[in-house]
Design a protein around this ligand. Structure first.
Ligand code: DLL
Length: 443
């Protein structure tokens, strides 16, 4: 299929009343919801009562959304300390499902949802699927994992709310994924961008791209770049969309980008976003990068007040060409704990991705950062896969390529790096979130 051009795009908006509200109306609605939510957590969650009492804040002090900065923060550590059910605002019997983080080691972060929370979640994903041009007539191949991770269930709930067909593949077995995509005539697919690229390359290799009916990719759950989006779009002739979320707030469906790709629209009628300076938690102006913080305005099961996501972005409140007035957060550079400080310079894996994709060939956007400390100095090694056609070339050419990659990365990151070129398909592919950094320093 040919990629759908912007002028032929289905620009429907699922809930124009909420998605295109004026700023004043939205602030009033958020204020109303915040006042109720604060009263709710003060009366029903011991953790918040204690925190607010310590700060000398009473529910009555919160009169509108502008009072949000009087409220305490919630951190991932608070969730861990109250694991698994210490932050519920309803009796456990009212919890319809639990979901968790995708991590596989240590205690997980657990989030609890009532049936109403689940319905809101599905509605948010359905808004996003509509942004991706999908309708009840579409068939959505979901290769995010099903289970505690919110990816599979979130997309499934969204497809259900939209009235579309969900194809619950879960992750793994790429050949079978491609076979089902083709046989069932899937019109959209959902998975991490790193796995989307892997699937795209596999489809290309198997010569099946032209037999697929996919028109949209719903790709998120990890940081990725615009260049990576274009690469996926070029191989599969589709439009690919960035979807963001975290289990603590709701899974995928907290924010998603529209066809104009000018940032991800946040569903701020449900999740109030703040972008704060990580050093002193003061509010960042529009366009300034800081930590994203969310307050769940209507959540029943485990409402969170000013939850610090550790994700770094900036926010923009101007209206978008698509007609939505929902604010847009910029594509994520990464998380505060994803950023590596190499000899004093902040480095994000996504910078490497942009640099590699800007080279226009020679290397593939499959990479890994390895950080070591030698003689008290940080050493960053970037492992990069070489394009198939280069690998058979003589050593001299490979050396030239290695020097070129080194120069491009030094320019992009501001630190010199060691480059290790490796054969195609050597770097482990992930069906879930890609692991991009190994830090061997004992910091
Ligand atoms: O990753 C939910 C999700 C599933 C989102 C499927 C999109 C698609 P968690 O496992 O709780 O939930 O991980 C949340 O993943 O705080 C971010 O650091 C990162 N993340 C999620 N989406 C994006 C994205 C799901 N689009 C954590 N871009 C978040 C960058 C993302 N990072």
């Amino acid at each position: 299929m040919a990629k759908i051009a912007l002028e032929n795009w289905n620009e429907s908006i699922r809930d124009p009343k909420m998605e295109c509200m004026s700023r004043d109306e939205m602030s009033a609605l958020q204020g109303e919801r915040l006042v109720k939510q604060v009263k709710n957590v003060y009366e029903n969650v011991e953790f918040y009562k204690k925190k607010m009492d310590e700060m000398g804040v009473e529910p009555g002090d919160i009169k509108g959304i502008e009072d949000i900065n009087k409220l305490p923060f919630t951190t991932k550590e608070d969730l861990r300390d109250n694991y698994p059910f210490g932050l519920l605002a309803v009796p456990k019997e009212k919890i319809a499902r639990v979901q968790g983080t995708s991590g596989t080691t240590g205690k997980l972060t657990l989030a609890s949802y009532t049936q109403k929370d689940v319905d809101v979640w599905g509605e948010c994903v359905a808004r996003g699927l509509t942004m991706a041009g999908l309708t009840s007539a579409d068939r959505i191949h979901v290769c995010y994992g099903y289970g505690l991770f919110t990816g599979g269930m979130g997309l499934d709930l969204g497809a259900r709310a939209l009235g579309a067909m969900a194809i619950p593949m879960s992750s793994g077995n790429t050949k079978r994924q491609l076979m089902c995509m083709e046989d069932f005539g899937a019109t959209a697919f959902a998975c991490t961008p790193s796995y989307a690229l892997y699937l795209a390359e596999a489809a290309q290799e198997a010569n099946v791209v032209d037999r697929l009916q996919i028109k949209a990719g719903i790709n998120g759950a990890e940081p990725w770049t615009d260049e990576m989006r274009q690469k996926i779009e070029d191989i599969l002739h589709i439009n690919s969309f960035d979807i963001y979320g975290l289990c603590e707030i709701t899974g995928p469906g907290v924010a998603m980008d529209c066809i104009h790709h000018k940032g991800l629209h946040v569903y701020e009628d449900y999740f109030y976003p703040e972008v704060l300076n990580p050093a002193d938690q003061s509010a960042c102006a529009d366009g300034e990068t800081g930590e994203l913080v969310f307050t769940t305005l209507v959540k029943e099961g485990m409402p969170l007040i000013r939850y610090r996501t550790k994700d770094l972005t900036s926010i923009e409140h101007s209206a978008c060409e698509c007609g939505r007035t929902l604010p847009r957060i910029q594509k994520f550079t990464g998380r505060t704990d994803d950023m590596k400080v190499i000899r004093g310079v902040n480095v994000f894996p996504t910078q490497v991705e942009t640099a590699l994709l800007s080279m226009g060939g020679g290397v593939a956007p499959h990479y890994m950062l390895i950080v070591d400390r030698e003689n008290n100095l940080d050493v960053l090694t970037v492992m990069v896969e070489v394009d198939e056609k280069y690998f058979s070339d003589e050593i001299r050419k490979l050396d030239g390529l290695k020097n070129k990659v080194g120069a491009v990365l030094k320019q992009a990151l501001g630190v010199s790096v060691r480059v290790k070129l490796v054969e195609p398909k050597t770097i482990q592919r992930s069906e879930g979130k890609a692991k991009r950094v190994i830090d061997n320093r004992n910091l």
